[in-house]
Design a protein around this ligand. Structure first.
Ligand SMILES: Nc1nc2c(c(=O)[nH]1)N[C@H]1C(S)=C(S)[C@@H](COP(=O)(O)OP(=O)(O)OC[C@H]3O[C@@H](n4cnc5c(=O)[nH]c(N)nc54)[C@H](O)[C@@H]3O)O[C@H]1N2
Ligand SMILES: Nc1nc2c(c(=O)[nH]1)N[C@H]1C(S)=C(S)[C@@H](COP(=O)(O)OP(=O)(O)OC[C@H]3O[C@@H](n4cnc5c(=O)[nH]c(N)nc54)[C@H](O)[C@@H]3O)O[C@H]1N2
Ligand SMILES: [Mo]
Length: 731
């Protein structure tokens, strides 16, 4: 057997960059193992990489470019060659550009997969400002709210320090084990989110870290925590403010750090008086003594780190909640110290090197971005078009009509989008749609005129840094020939880019393009491939050493040079400069009338081990781990409704209904249910109206549009209301 060492990236979907060993026999991928020499994962892997051969050689893989024959929704396709496909797409997009303007074509991607730079370049070089991310239409409720809030209040991007910035990891003498790790709205042993591997936490626990876990479900880590706080979904902001109240009033904060490096402490101190622990206990359903205990434990164990997840993004007013959590780690002085929350260095900006060829949008095109000017905070580094406004524009043709879409790595109404019905109706109005995917999906079946088959990572080369938390570059190395006519996304975008704007895409092939991207590292693709992994230098307390600001002065890269507990940028944007808590749009407190009819709090979409969002439903080994859509419900609640474990149930509210299977568990609050997201059934018919069963168990039918927060970020994916009852027909 031949073994190819590589860095795992998408597809199939993933955010990370685990080192893998790809075992090849007779030009066929037969096995995948974790690379023990990779500092990132040290030999560990998820089931999804272990099942990779099943994905690559699955009989349902898209293998050739396809064009639709007959009506949309008819699921009838004909093979076409790549040249014909590229020529047709270029001609149709060009026609739209000529008649309607380039902004009439939208470019959609899903969650952070490594297509992002190439998709942005494709859009901008075409002239369209309308790049839509994270699965269109879910209201900027994944990762971006956290990244934006850090960006404007600390000037950086901070992650829990589990030694990931050092290639020698836990052995590094400068690193310290966090004494306490607060895991907040995150289930990293399942999700390994944003470049952060859950297993790192276990390594820290083996070395003595104690956990505080904030989660409505009793997760693997919650069971192992000193203090598990079973929070009412959507009330994280109140909890953070309550903990700040205890820490500040009991004088447990780091006075030196607060004085030297933070801005607005006195105003924050005054604000947190509105959140005494007894009131916060009422809001969050967490016993008061647990809140006080957690506050004391976090503030008095130094160093302490916070590992947060997407749950903190997935309420409407998430920005002030995130701001409050940032304040927690700031007032305790846990910023950029060993074992605290460390500021990620920004040495390798692989996109920058491409910019000199592609340029940026003209101001005129910027102004045509969907929703332009609606949310002042978007101007502080967020380039995308807001999703909720996209639906409105698709349906209303105001301020201008949208005509075409390039959809690459997202399953829109079946997964990423809330308001699924209207999103579906909106996209159906487009004249010309291209979908690039690994499999035929409900999205492709419903909208596409042309479907292009993308390669998986063992079938292609690539460069990339894991999203978010980690800081290394490695190369993804082609180990096998692509199945059928599949091409890598990068090749596809380069080929199409050349046709739409040749100057912007000067590279003869992807290898040349990668060499340009890698310029900041001083290495070519070949050199980096030989080296394996490249880590940038990492240092602690960068704010003392003038390493965070462009002017080289000590401090943080914010307008005041300090961490802004009181945000001058929020103030400029007309937002509350201090953290606060606001109830979700519908909750037992904000809408008691609705709660009478729909009494259960609905949280959705906790990630599952075997699936990446709506992917992998056709992969037998992975589907066996989770054959049906699952709703977790407390046994007492189920009992009162006559529901038994394994029964099909309806979840319903004022907006819609779907069916899932009840799973009875003591690990969820009796007044809360948790429903899985992203369900469709590749085994069912792809034609309308069924679209692979995408309307049957799709929890996003219960999540309406128009619930983005004031700042234009946040959406209550994890804080809705519903009722639950038995399905008559149990088949
Ligand atoms: N109710 C509810 N809904 C949610 C969530 C929730 O918690 N609750 N979570 C939300 C979150 S956090 C996110 S980020 C969104 C994600 O939403 P999406 O990103 O839209 O996720 P997927 O549905 O998996 O869509 C990815 C598609 O890309 C394809 N694909 C995978 N790899 C590749 C590749 O390399 N190339 C190409 N061309 N295609 C590829 C897959 O086959 C799949 O069809 O969902 C959101 N939806
Ligand atoms: N296997 C797998 N891995 C994935 C993904 C996948 O689909 N599959 N998706 C990727 C993506 S795009 C993302 S964004 C990340 C997300 O991964 P995580 O950040 O871990 O987020 P989730 O799994 O959505 O939810 C984490 C936890 O939040 C809890 N929770 C629910 N509601 C609330 C609440 O209101 N407050 C608090 N404090 N907790 C709450 C849930 O019970 C769950 O245990 O995972 C990434 N990794
Ligand atoms: Mo996400």
């Amino acid at each position: 057997m031949k073994v190819v060492r590589s860095v795992a990236r998408t597809g199939p979907g993933c955010h990370n960059g685990c080192g893998v060993l790809l075992y090849i026999k007779n030009e066929t991928l037969v096995k995948v193992k974790g690379d023990p020499d990779s500092p990132f994962n040290q030999g560990r892997l998820c089931p999804r990489c272990l099942a990779l051969p099943e994905v690559v050689y699955h009989p349902d893989r898209l293998k050739h470019p396809l064009k639709r024959v007959g009506k949309k929704g008819g699921d009838e396709w004909e093979r076409m060659g790549w040249e014909e496909a590229f020529d047709t797409i270029a001609r149709r997009f060009d026609e739209i550009r000529t008649h309607n303007g380039p902004e009439s074509v939208i470019f959609c991607q899903g969650t952070g997969r490594d297509i992002r730079p190439y998709l942005m370049k494709l859009a901008y070089s075409f002239g369209s400002p309308n790049v839509i991310s994270f699965g269109p239409l879910h209201g900027h409720a994944c990762h971006v709210p956290k990244a934006m809030t850090m960006g404007v209040t600390t000037g950086g991007y901070e992650v829990a320090d589990c030694s990931q910035f050092f290639p020698d990891r836990y052995e590094n003498p400068n690193w310290e084990v966090p004494k306490c790790i607060m895991v907040w709205g995150c289930e990293p042993t399942v999700s390994n989110p944003d470049g952060f591997m859950g297993h790192w936490l276990l390594e820290c626990m083996k070395r003595g870290s104690e956990l505080i876990v904030i989660d409505p479900r009793k997760t693997f880590l919650a069971r192992r925590a000193r203090n598990w706080m079973q929070i009412r979904p959507g009330t994280d902001g109140a909890l953070a403010l309550g903990m700040l109240n205890v820490i500040i009033n009991e004088n447990l904060y780091d006075k030196g750090f607060v004085r030297e490096w933070t801005h607005g402490f006195d105003k924050l101190k005054k604000r947190v008086q509105e959140y005494p622990p007894e009131r916060v206990s009422e809001i969050t359903w967490i016993p008061e003594e647990k809140i006080v205990h957690a506050a004391r434990m976090y503030a008095t164990s130094k160093p302490a780190a916070i590992q947060w997840g997407v749950a903190v993004d997935q309420t409407r007013e998430c920005i002030p909640a995130i701001h409050a959590i940032i304040a927690l780690r700031s007032v305790t002085g846990n910023m950029d110290i060993p074992g605290g929350n460390v500021v990620k260095s920004r040495l390798f900006d692989l996109n920058k090197a491409m910019d000199k060829y592609i340029g940026t949008l003209t101001d005129e095109q910027e102004r045509k971005k969907i929703g332009a000017g609606m949310y002042p905070l978007h101007a502080y580094g967020y380039p995308e078009a807001p999703g909720a406004e996209l639906t409105e524009q698709l349906l209303s043709d105001r301020p201008y009509s949208l005509k075409g879409a390039w959809i690459q790595t997202t399953n829109t109404f079946a997964c990423g989008a809330a308001d699924s019905k209207r999103v579906y109706e909106g996209f159906r109005r487009l004249d010309f749609v291209v979908v690039v995917d690994l499999f035929m999906t409900p999205t492709a079946a419903a909208f596409a005129d042309i479907v292009l088959p993308a390669a998986t990572y063992p079938e292609r080369d690539g460069v990339g840094i894991p999203a978010g938390g980690a800081s290394f570059v490695g190369t993804t190395n082609k180990a096998i020939e692509p199945v059928g006519d599949c091409k890598s996304d990068m090749e596809i975008n380069l080929e199409l880019g050349k046709r739409l704007n040749p100057q912007a895409w000067p590279w003869k092939n992807v290898r040349e393009m990668y060499n340009t991207m890698l310029e900041p590292t001083g290495m070519t693709f070949e050199e980096l491939r030989e080296k394996g992994y490249l880590y940038d230098d990492f240092d602690y307390k960068k704010y003392e050493k003038g390493l965070l600001r462009p002017d080289g002065k000590p401090g943080f890269d914010t307008p005041t040079g300090k961490i802004e507990l009181y945000s001058t940028i929020f103030e400029k944007c007309g937002l509350d400069p201090l953290p606060y808590f606001e109830e979700p749009p519908e909750s037992p407190v904000s809408t008691p009338e609705i709660a009478k009819e729909y009494p259960l709090v609905l949280t959705t979409g906790a990630k599952t081990r075997g699936f990446f969002h709506s992917e992998h439903r056709q992969i037998r080994t992975l589907r066996r781990m989770n054959p049906d859509p699952i709703t977790e419900i407390h046994p007492e609640t189920a009992d009162s409704l006559g529901i038994k474990d394994g029964d099909w149930i309806y979840l319903e509210n004022r907006y819609g209904r779907c069916r899932q299977k009840a799973k009875l568990t003591e690990g969820i609050h009796p007044r809360v249910v948790h429903a899985q997201h992203g369900w469709w059934f590749p085994e069912k018919s792809g034609s309308e109206p069924g679209l692979f069963g995408a309307w049957e168990s799709n929890i996003n039918l219960l999540l309406p549009g128009g619930w983005t927060g004031r700042a234009g970020f946040g959406y209550p994916f994890k804080a809705q209301m519903c009722r639950v009852y038995m399905v008559e027909d149990q088949r």
